[in-house]
Design a protein around this ligand. Structure first.
Ligand code: PLP
Length: 396
């Protein structure tokens, strides 16, 4: 596991045990100096010459390749840009066009609401009789039949961490003639995936969670290489055009995955992400997954031993779980605020879920035990039962 634990590479505030890297990863130490250099030497000195001279224009593909490496996607099949919600729209719009005689988009009730909202928006915009159908996560496989155009799922449930089997679901979708779209928001940097091996058509995900790209870091989109030259982008922005600087009046889709670019890339944010991705260059995802499971198993064992008030909301079988462990507690919001106040940062998801993420790049077994001690103190002594912990903030 020599290349997994890299605590020294991150800024982790004194007195904080950070169990929320599944929501916003911490800042790699190298980011601030490199972003500063980008600001002063590139934006400051080069001005507009930075687009060519500092490689800004190629950054979305360059960083896309570094993300591709950890999700089993070949070079040239992933590009960065926009936010994940927009990538849902973009991928789904391309996917439904591939199955023109079908009208059902299948998803599940464990999906992140924004993915469902974006699908609803697309359905409403098209006015062609499309339907977004959501079933319980356990019922997805049975709900795939030859009326389904696209199966759109998030692999890891943001609340419980429940994991879909990517290869199995994809092959069932394909056997029924449906296109497969995976959201890897809680997968990329958390568990090993082999997009090529899964044969799915589309995958998308964000980079501010396990990849530590910083708040607002751009999302990624993968299109299976054999399709990249044929899909027609619905978000047909100028930087996805074959020749943006010809300033043609008509859109011609760019080469391969480049067509999934839309507009001007967020260079400052991409620079932070590019630096963060350097930490992944030597990471073996199989080893990282093993380390993540070891931390989660330790956490479950110790919480169940010391804090019987909490009920496991995540699958008990580690093979069925992503890289987080969630617990149900009727006053989960207040309990989480009390825990955070004592330096253990997790988060709360309505209605009653206390969620803790496990990130072996900057957490070890000692952190897990120290966190459990604090959680046990809060729970066993009702330290959460204080008015100030019950006032809901905008972000939970
Ligand atoms: C985190 C997350 C999002 C957030 O989308 P943004 O556009 O980046 O705000 C969307 N979908 C899923 C599945 C997520 O986990």
């Amino acid at each position: 596991m020599a290349n997994i634990l890299k605590k020294d590479a991150f800024i982790l505030p004194e007195g904080v045990i950070y169990l929320d890297g599944n929501s916003l990863g911490p800042m790699p130490k190298a980011v601030s100096a490199r972003v500063q250099t980008m600001l002063t030497d590139e934006w400051g000195e080069m001005l507009i010459r930075g687009w060519n001279g500092a490689g800004w224009m190629d950054q979305p593909s360059r960083v896309g390749d570094s993300v591709g490496r950890i999700i089993g996607a070949p070079a040239g099949s992933v590009v960065m840009g926009d936010t994940l919600s927009l990538k849902v729209f973009q991928a789904l719009a391309a996917a439904i066009k591939m199955v023109p005689d079908r009208r059902v988009i299948l998803s599940d009730t464990g999906n992140f609401p924004s993915d469902l909202y974006m699908a609803e928006g697309l359905v409403g915009l098209l006015e062609q009789g499309y339907e977004l159908r959501t079933v319980a996560p356990e019922e997805v496989m049975d709900a795939i039949d030859d009326t389904i155009a696209v199966v759109m799922l998030t692999q890891v449930d943001y609340r419980t961490g429940r994991l879909h089997d990517m290869n199995t679901v994809t092959s069932v979708a394909h056997a029924n003639g449906a296109v497969m779209l995976w959201d890897l928001a809680h997968t990329a940097g958390a568990i090993e995936v082999d997009l090529t091996g899964s044969n799915c058509e589309f995958a998308i995900g964000c980079t501010y969670k396990y990849l530590n790209g910083g708040p607002g870091a751009p999302a990624f989109i993968y299109v299976r290489p054999d399709l990249a030259e044929t899909i027609q982008p619905a978000l047909s922005g100028w930087l996805g055009h074959r020749k943006p600087f010809d300033f043609d009046l008509n859109y011609k889709a760019g080469a391969g995955i480049e067509r999934m670019r839309v507009g001007t890339p967020p260079v400052i944010q991409l620079t932070a992400l590019e630096v963060a991705m350097e930490l992944w260059a030597d990471v073996d995802m199989t080893e990282l997954r093993a380390a993540s499971i070891a931390l989660q198993e330790q956490f479950i064992t110790e919480i169940e031993r010391d804090v019987p008030q909490l009920t496991l909301a995540s699958p008990r079988d580690s093979a069925q779980r992503g890289s987080q462990v969630s617990w149900r507690f009727h006053e989960g919001y207040a309990a989480m605020q009390a825990v955070i106040d004592r330096g253990v940062i997790g988060d709360f998801r309505a209605p009653d879920i206390m969620r803790f993420g496990f990130t072996p790049m900057y957490l070890d077994g000692g952190d897990v035990s120290a966190a459990v001690k604090i959680i046990a103190d809060v729970m066993n002594n009702d330290l959460w039962d204080v008015d100030k912990y019950k006032v809901r903030s905008k972000v939970t």
